[in-house]
Design a protein around this ligand. Sequence first.
Ligand code: AMP
Ligand code: MG
Length: 361
Amino acid sequence: MTQVWQTSPDKPDETIISAAADVLKGGGLVAFPTETVYGLGAILTHQGAIERIFRVKNRPPSDPLIVHLADPDQARDWAQDLPKSYFVLSQQFLPGPLTLVVKKRERVPDIVTAGRDTVALRVPSHPVARALLRETAVPVAAPSANLFGRPSPTTADHVLADLRGKIEGLIDAGPTPCGVESTVLDITQSPPVLLRPGGVPKERLEEVLGVPILFSFTPSPDEAAAKRAPGRFLRHYAPSIPVLLSDGTADALIQIALAAQVSGEADKPVGLLVPDDWAATIKEAFRSSRRPPILYHWGQWGDWEEMAKRLFQGLRWLERQGVSAIVAPLPNEDGMGLALRDRLLRASARPSSPPSADWGP
Ligand code: AMP
Ligand code: MG
């Protein structure tokens, strides 16, 4: 049984926070909202609970978990040799959607870091997450509260669709404001390396640090590379149907949608993530089509923040409409566009065999 608690996102109900913290302290799994996506929490030091996170998500044990703290100062208890950039960045961006990879202290369990000598630390800004972390006192390890590889959960319904009955609790505080995961930055290296674009744009980090940040778009299909940059498995965030991408114009989107209609299952429509300002053009293009595409309104083209909020919601909604494929235009790389590109490129990657040796608990 999964107990679902409902609370306001701004003023978390204290009784609920205390009940959820008790479940966590007893070794249970509780999903909770953060400003990025819903997380699936377990107490950092509870070995059995952490093992269950990997099992219920079907997450490979080689993919380390992010450790959530109530405030940036708590890092001193779990990390060592914190570089100056930790303090500069935390001053500017924490609490917020930025995860910093730093050298771990021995007391951080190996299972959490997948055997690495580094740990990924994050201080979420969502009032519900903050209240919960203050109440548990011990940090909470939390990946996204979905099945491994699926689009991340931005509502409580998404969590239940993937994990109902498999976890003890879920705090429902409505849709998450940011909609894509945190930016993950490795600051054990100089210059720092962006491991995952996310809620804090790369340009803002560069501005504050005053140095360029390394980032490569090519996710790692092979096992050795996947170990160096964990979590960069090629296919991820993916619905159960193909995702096809077009260049960033209405015409290009129409062309790919037409091709998808021809090659897709004849009795199913195609689904489109459509920028609001293109919707009229797209509808007109398919006016006389026997099976017009199903449109999900994705926000104004170029408003990457609004589109980030709606991305996973759109992928999951179109999937539920029974479409044969989802077609989306690929945003530019500026600001949050980089995170959108990353998620879409990976959602559209063909299924391939996962890194084998240590796959699956
Ligand atoms: P999530 O699935 O949202 O929990 O994302 C966790 C991601 O954070 C992993 O897939 C890695 O990309 C990254 N990560 C966590 N811990 C580490 C670490 N110690 N070193 C490098 N990357 C990490
Ligand atoms: Mg995830």
